[in-house]
Ligand binder design. Structure first.
Ligand code: SF4
Length: 330
């Protein structure tokens, strides 16, 4: 089997924010030594609850948030520290779309006016802007195109607005699309359509996609690979088609239970429903999931587990799992 070409790679990425609590200021690490790779033509799902760091990671990959440690590579080129001119070029290759599209559209411009500008900016001298616009509207299902072109943002449905945002991203002819919760504000009936569109774009344009969501079922539906985040760290990475049967990290089990996938019974876990910010502090040394983990042991509160291989194309960061893998001679 031919390995897919690596498009984007991050090595030990760290993002740091300052947080103020009363009179005290802390450094927190919403992205803490994360390494990942995205292949051309691959859809990678990044899954985690609010506060897990998934959006910050997406913004770091998109060059919208600074990385304080680690390195980021696009097509073999180090893009960790770019100047403004280089960043503009990077933003053409790596485009980001967001959940709240309405605020990113100009309310007084029609769809045609909003989209013609970015298409013109990126078109070659021989390309017709009108023809390119027509092609992209067709490709993304914004039909009948003549009617859609003339509409203002408030005259579009939520699904149509998200499609307009996708066209705007495609105008730059990117290699990678980072989609941050692109369907979470849509009606259930429209979500599958947008997810199918993203899959269609991967198949037809060869686009790689990072799909960021708190909704595990939608990630399993669309992604090739799932990266599960908790407390600023990757805790498990696994092929999407193996996740339901083979995932083993206690946090992934909890997400599965919440999504009501069928899976052999596992302890439900305890504690609060979201990552406490204390596990994001520089001073916290243990497993970020330890305060909630039903099988935590003493080592979990003192030593951060590394992400290690526990199966084929399957990594997890958990002392209990690495101990059982070692016992089985993996
Ligand atoms: S390392 Fe410990 S606390 Fe973390 S998930 Fe594994 S058993 Fe639970």
């Amino acid at each position: 089997m031919v390995e897919a070409e690596e498009l984007l790679r991050g090595d030990n990425l760290v993002v740091q924010f300052r947080q103020t609590q009363g009179f005290r200021r802390h450094l927190i690490y919403p992205v803490n030594q994360i390494s990942l790779a995205v292949a051309s033509n691959e859809i990678v799902g990044i899954v985690g609850e609010s506060g897990s760091g998934k959006t910050t990671l997406g913004r770091a990959l998109a060059g919208m948030t600074s990385i304080v440690q680690g390195s980021l590579w696009l097509k073999g080129r180090n893009v960790s520290r770019l100047n403004r001119k280089e960043l503009r070029k990077y933003w053409e290759q790596v485009q980001m779309i967001f959940q709240d599209v309405y605020n990113s559209l100009n309310p007084i411009y029609t769809v045609e006016q909003q989209l013609s500008v970015p298409i013109q900016r990126h078109a070659s001298p021989t390309q017709s802007v009108q023809r390119e616009l027509e092609n992209l509207l067709q490709l993304t299902g914004l039909t009948p195109t003549a009617a859609v072109r003339a509409r203002l943002p408030h005259e579009l449905s939520g699904g149509q607005r998200q499609r307009v945002a996708i066209v705007r991203a495609l105008a730059a002819q990117p290699d990678l699309l980072i989609a941050d919760e692109p369907v979470s504000m849509l009606d259930v009936s429209l979500r599958a359509e947008i997810l199918q569109l993203l899959g269609h774009l991967r198949d037809n344009l060869g686009l790689a996609i990072v799909y960021i969501t708190h909704d595990l079922p939608s990630a399993v539906y669309i992604a090739d690979r799932i990266l599960v985040m908790y407390g600023g760290c990757l805790v498990e990475t696994i092929r999407a088609d193996a996740l339901i049967q083979e995932s083993r990290h206690p946090y992934t089990e909890r997400l599965l239970a919440a999504a009501r996938f069928e899976k052999p019974a596992s302890p439900p876990g305890s504690g609060s429903e979201s990552a406490t910010s204390s596990v994001l502090l520089a001073s916290y040394k243990g497993c970020p999931y330890a305060p909630r983990c039903p099988i935590a042991s003493q080592i979990c509160s003192t030593t951060r587990p590394s992400l290690v291989q526990i199966g084929h194309n399957h990594l997890a960061a958990c002392h209990a799992l690495s101990a059982s893998s070692e016992a089985q001679g993996r």
